[in-house]
Design a protein around this ligand. Sequence first.
Ligand SMILES: Nc1ncnc2c1ncn2[C@@H]1O[C@H](COP(=O)(O)OP(=O)(O)OP(=O)(O)O)[C@@H](O)[C@H]1O
Length: 289
Amino acid sequence: MNFDIQSVDTDEPVMVAPTGELILETRNLDFFYGKTQSLFGINLPVERNRITALIGPSGCGKSTLLRALNRIYDLYPGQHSTGRVLLEGEDVLTDRASIARLKARDGHCDVAQSNVDLARLRARIGMVFQKPTPFPMSIYDNVAFGVKLYERKSKADMDVIVERSLTRAALWGEVKDKLNASGLSLSGGQQQRLCVARGIAVEPEILLLDEPASALDPISTAKLEETLMALKSDLTIVIVTHNLQQAARLSDHTGFMFLGKMIEFGPTPDLFSNPRVKRTRDYVTGRFG
Ligand SMILES: Nc1ncnc2c1ncn2[C@@H]1O[C@H](COP(=O)(O)OP(=O)(O)OP(=O)(O)O)[C@@H](O)[C@H]1O
């Protein structure tokens, strides 16, 4: 990879915040698997209608950070986070247990408890995983599934939602004549776009993607990337990727993580061509990782 490196100034973390409106933000976020701490004081600013990429060597905490954003970890006993996750300024860590942990950590806490509706939160912040995970049901039902959890729709309305979601996920043309076929009968790349369609059918504001192209061939990867670029006009995307070229091609902002810390965050072209932290430079030039 040939990034034109210009200058390296520091070993200290460097954060260059986006200039536009933030839709999501973490402040001083820690994460624990049981007693083992995996994230340390993460500050992540996510700009609205932009693609933010998280990069870093295996085990640095990218997936953990992504899972903390919509509290999907709450489904797993023993996992918890401390700090702030602000979605449009509203803290999503305001349940009683989170506040108690924040008080224990910081000695004070100025957020009031509210009953965070986790189902609603996950509808606002959708997620697509590394391996395509279509449900063992028809293509149509895969897309309709999430919508049915939240709303009762007539068949005609649901037809519109299914077509629109598959179109936005750039899959409609390939499946419109076989909507009743099993989602599992599609190719890996098509299954991943089906998962994107399922994710966006409930109209989330943010879509989190955890290495969504790692199981795909180059053509399917290119299609998925095109899909994500097109979705950006009315959605905010946070993507974890091991593929530095993919991060450079797709994203507006990139965060480089190492050992559970955010080492450098900034506009993608700067982070790749003019990293300020030595460790970032070593990683993006392939010297370690
Ligand atoms: N379920 C778990 N239980 C305990 N520790 C975990 C669990 N999942 C991840 N970890 C630990 O948390 C740290 C961060 O892991 P994470 O999967 O977030 O890294 P990553 O950067 O996404 O890695 P990769 O690129 O390999 O997917 C690692 O030390 C990992 O061993």
